[in-house]
Design a protein around this ligand. Structure first.
Ligand SMILES: [Fe+2]
Ligand SMILES: [Fe+2]
Length: 253
């Protein structure tokens, strides 16, 4: 019989050792455990602290993540919190080169911030809610509606159903009724084309070798994103709590 520890036993032992040595304990929010298909009750902070009495649960910065400045800007979130920003930069660069308005360029730059900072499901809605207090109404609307529009072709502007979706979702995927209803509302809206342009710049934006630079958008963001003087998250806007959660994703309460 082999009495070597299994891989998972070794991982458990390492985790236990780390929790004894670190001076902080991370208790995951429910969403993280659901993402693992885990329906067990949340870990007991007091029991974990019993094994390591000097440790505390996090009530602010997570030492494993890049340090945010005291008064963070949108650009700081791009640099310190958003993952894989190159898709956003490529989309915005594409819109810029095509000569679209600053509103459209900004909408392209921000269209998937829900995905890169927060959550995939309904990412258009989450992203729109995050930016709504800081951008022109049309930009937030366009980000929200790209959630639905990307599933529906518009031959008049040359937008076809993305081949990638056929691969990702299978050939039989049909958008749910709420998406269809949202599409119909968007289709007849005065800002339809702003949101449609997000989808048009989106599908051509997956080039891993493209050279893109966040600095190219500093001026457009400066002119079109109302950066709160207190720092994004500290400004008491209707979405400030969302930015704080992204700043402190492991805060205990
Ligand atoms: Fe998207
Ligand atoms: Fe996208």
């Amino acid at each position: 019989m082999n009495d070597q520890p299994t891989l998972s036993q070794r991982a458990d032992a390492l985790e236990e050792k780390m929790s004894r040595e670190l001076d902080y304990i991370v208790i995951k929010s429910r969403l993280y455990s659901m993402a693992e298909g885990d329906m067990s009750p949340p870990p007991n902070a007091a029991a974990l602290m019993a094994a390591n009495p000097n440790a505390r649960v996090l009530m602010g910065d997570d030492p494993r993540l890049p340090q945010m400045p005291e008064k963070p800007t949108l650009m700081d979130y791009f640099r310190c919190r958003f993952a894989s920003t190159s898709h956003l930069l490529q989309s915005a660069t594409h819109a810029l080169k095509a000569g679209h308005s600053e509103k459209v360029v900004l909408a392209c730059l921000l269209h998937d911030i829900g995905v890169v900072s927060f959550i995939r499901c309904d990412h258009g809605y989450w992203g729109a809610q995050m930016i709504e207090p800081y951008v022109d109404e049309e930009v937030a609307w366009a980000v929200k509606m790209h959630q639905a529009l990307r599933f529906f072709p518009d031959e008049s502007v040359g937008y076809t159903y993305p081949e990638m979706y056929r691969k990702l979702f299978g050939p039989n995927y049909k958008p749910e009724p709420y998406i269809v209803a949202e599409y119909e509302r968007a289709r007849n809206h005065k800002w339809y084309m702003t949101s449609r342009l997000i989808t048009m710049n989106d599908v051509y934006s997956f080039d891993p070798s493209a050279k893109v630079n966040l600095d190219d958008f500093v001026d457009i963001v400066g002119r079109n994103f109302k950066q709160p003087k207190e720092g994004l998250g500290w400004d008491n806007s209707p979405s400030a709590h969302m930015w704080r959660t992204i700043m402190w994703p492991t805060r205990f309460l």
